[in-house]
Design a binder for this molecule. Sequence first.
Ligand code: ADP
Ligand code: ZN
Ligand code: MG
Length: 479
Amino acid sequence: MKYEAVIGLEIHCELKTKTKIFCGCATGFGADQNTHVCPVCLGLPGSMPSVNKSVVEFAIKAGLATNCEINQYSKFDRKNYYYPDLPKNWQTSQYDLPICKNGWVDIDVDGEKRRIRLTRIHMEEDAGKLVHSGTTIKDSATSNVDYNRTGVPLLEIVSEPDLRSSDEARAYMEKIKAIMEYIDVSNCRMEEGNLRADVNVSLRPVGSEQLGTRTEMKNINSFKGLVDAIDYEIERQTEVLEDGGHVIQETRTWDPARGITLSMRSKENAHDYRYMPEPDLPPIVTSDETIEKYRKELPELPDARRARLEKDYGLSSYDAGIITSSRAEAEYFDAVVATGADAKLAANWIMGDLAKNLNEAELDISKSPVEAERLGKMIQLISKGTISSKIAKKVFAEMWACPDDPEKIVKDKGLVQITDVSAIEGVVDEVIANNPKAVEEYKGGKKKAIGALVGQVMKATKGKANPQMVNQLLAKKLQ
Ligand code: ADP
Ligand code: ZN
Ligand code: MG
């Protein structure tokens, strides 16, 4: 039998508010253990929470940016469970009246567009962190609890089970990440756990409308982990079903080192949590005016920006998609173009040499040693014919290593393109005289032989001759 994968994601997104969701403690990452704590986030008896207004604002903006309806009457609920990183023994979350519901985002995989529905977005508090003396809880003599993260605001963004492959899941999570970055509500640093997903996977026979039994993998915090975990789980479940077995509904962990998922516990159900309304917090009532105000404050979102780059600059949909996949990259592109540089060349350089260098140096584009202004100036030198694209690669490498302007680099290193016909002609004549074999082949009908001659001219001029002129001159002289 052929099976189809069905995937739904619950994405946890840490908000970049200065203070926690229900108290005034700082949210910053990397502070000494238990320095960002107070009676409220430690859950001491008698302490009273109050809602951080920025959290509500960010949540509503996230909902508007993902086409959700906003629940103008929303409330908090207690989700009860016991774990040492949860000092109150309940997590303040939202249950039946989440702040946002019924949204969607569009994704693109291999040129095919699909709409993924969002069930809901709700606000909740993060838990603390266990710090083990060993590598895992099992091989540790002691474990500390760090409550700095307790009460850091989270959005939980829940999708419908609309995803059908690991590639779609990745595209969806990338889109959510891009949107949260664009609207500036989260740092979305996956390596710091700002963005992590619980991934639900099931299989069903192709053509069936019914959902199969799912497994859930918790806290996946990289795109690679997401793809690998889903692919592994699809394979594992396929084998179970093909052997005539049943998939067990359970929570599994993804072990990136071993590349496998492991059974952790049987899946809990909502009633296990004994949800109840949070009595210490008033409901959140949002007026039409507030919603409209937040809507007006939203920036241009990734899809709109992509469409604009296609329309205004004639970029391909693929290129525009890559450039707009992060706000920082889109802004960098706009800044390059604002210098007067050609947009298509700008896109090529950003996705080519710049991306390669940034990748190797593990740098974000916002920290690029080659600033948008300098790249813009360099691209203009190409457009004006001062340097060839090939020489530009050298100039770019120099710019990467030093803060000089491209004009200065070109001048200092003598990289100006040779466009003087007589200068090139001299070299062309020499090359023709010194390469009788290639000349003969060319004249004998082997047109490709001209490549070797062009190469010789470029070599003799250290790559500085204008390649079009070299081609034309050679073709003319060999007629
Ligand atoms: P929880 O996991 O907290 O019990 P839900 O039952 O609402 O919450 O489901 C959470 C996620 O699991 C959603 O993203 C949903 O789309 C997805 N999901 C639900 N059923 C299935 C299924 N049979 N196969 C794959 N994903 C599913
Ligand atoms: Zn606190
Ligand atoms: Mg779940």
